[in-house]
Design a protein around this ligand. Sequence first.
Ligand code: PLP
Length: 452
Amino acid sequence: MISNITADYRARDAAHHLHPFSEMRALNAEGSRVVVRGEGSWIWDSDGRRALDGMSGLWCVNIGHGRREIAAAVTRQMAELSYTNTFFKSTHPPAIALAEKIATLTQPHLSHVFFTGSGSEANDTVVRMVRHYWAERGKPAKQVIISRRNAYHGSTMAGASLGGMKPMHAQGGLPIPGIVHRAQPYWFGEGGEMSPEEFGIAAARDIEAAIEEIGEDNIAAFIAEPIQGAGGVIIPPETYWPEIARILAGREILTVADEVICGFGRTGRWFGSDFFGIRPDLMSIAKGLSSGYLPIGGVVVSSAVAEVLSANEFNHGFTYSAHPVCCAAALENLRILEEERLVDRVAEEIGPYLQRGWRALADHPLVGEARMVGLIGALELVPDKPSRSVAFPDTGKVGTLARDLSIANGLVMRAVRDSLIIAPPFTLSFEEADFLLAAARKTLDDTLDAAR
Ligand code: PLP
């Protein structure tokens, strides 16, 4: 039963709001889920039902919902200077402080930040930046960007083109030219008879094969998420990133780490690049930079790249590049992460605790693999456990069913194909972790019953 308030919200929503990424048939039939409040790890719907936000919104509310300190910082900044631009040789104190702060958190060679409003804008910026970089260095033929199948790099024309999601390419005439998609290190789904270690090497060597086919003289960059998030929390085998490093070493190809999900502590290190030992030339950031309190993203670049880009005007920028209020929210978020030692908490306390319980779900008859790093994890649901087959006959149906049952059990998880994904806030308590694990197990049982 839904209340009159919810019915009213749903009717008005259906009348005027076009939703991003939503299963339209189900949305039209069932109406939207109306979320009205968030506090800590929890969100409440318009009927007063609460659910543990196991996805931190969209992998972003890392410090938890409702932090009054952010509201206060934002209010102060709005009263002081609500907006000014950073074009035409201008700057302002929050932009200066935030760029400086980010440079202290990243690897020492990463020194400068170009601000954007989102992760997609960050990756659009990457495309223009790496091509411009090589043109400035007198190598304008270096245009191609190598990405990976099933990658997610955002929803704008360039972001979705960099991404390797077929359903996204199928709409709007994508990808744009000059983007090549090669193997992803998805051992569970694509590793066949190989061990994870063998498959990690093989997936990396497919990138090497692409470089040889296309020719280094034509390639600007290789872009990858340290852990593919929206593709299904694909944690690469241990051999993958070292092999990529070997392949790119000494080659004139920029390494771009898309840290939009992994960045700012999700893996238990400040960046996924630190976790895997990647040495990126550029990093896309967003989400965890402000814990989603206000939209802000950016591209962090090495001093070598910054030097080239600083020589001549880069004809690129957004009205909201380094929006002062968003910068203030991000600065306060980073202060909270540091003062409350939340990244260490992911590495040493709540992360290992949740990982232990999560991996134990692998004993369930529906679960083919339970994987997690830091506070980002997936359960691969399978029809036939011993054979490691990922193929339910109607891909996505069981995953979506499980996701909906999970919400009914008071836990927000996300479905990717037939896997279930979590990325809870870093502030998750041990009791909340226990709740999450119990709700996930009940969801698996309910899914098994419903699918029978
Ligand atoms: N890159 C990655 C790895 C992401 O996961 C996302 C969003 O989920 C993006 C880029 C796009 O960010 P935004 O939605 O802020 O444009």
